[in-house]
Design a protein around this ligand. Structure first.
Ligand code: SF4
Ligand code: SF4
Length: 115
């Protein structure tokens, strides 16, 4: 059998588990109280597909929201700073998530906690 692998441009992702000793929903609860539309997100990725910042970086609003929901805050400050607050994602979101307000809330709370 030919062992040579074809390069399709995809890789196998490393497995991920949520470490409940490290994960904290503190940020999610604060953001949720200020911007409840985070609950409407269905992780469809439309925002990421239309994102201006994603054209120049690996930024994904879908991933950012998922991490906040899962209580994974490590590295979030660097991620959220990639957003240019252009608002395109808000126009595209099929669930009416108030994305700009959400991003600003995440950023503000991360700055407060210094994470
Ligand atoms: S487009 Fe809206 S519903 Fe879809 S992942 Fe983005 S924020 Fe969530
Ligand atoms: S507001 Fe931020 S996340 Fe939304 S499309 Fe613009 S750069 Fe992307």
């Amino acid at each position: 059998m030919n062992e040579k692998k074809l390069a399709f441009g995809y890789t196998v992702s490393k497995d991920r588990q949520i470490d409940f000793d490290e994960a904290s929903l503190e940020l999610y609860n604060k953001v949720c109280a200020a911007e409840p539309s985070i609950r409407l997100c269905i992780s469809c990725g439309t925002c990421a597909a239309t994102c201006s910042a994603a054209k120049f970086s690996d930024f994904s609003l879908r991933k950012l929201i998922l991490q906040v929901r899962r209580g994974i805050t490590k590295g979030l400050q660097a991620e959220v700073s990639k957003c240019m607050l252009c608002g395109k994602c808000q126009l595209a979101c099929p669930r009416g998530v108030s994305t700009r307000a959400l991003i600003m809330q995440i950023n503000m709370n991360l700055q407060k906690t210094g994470k």
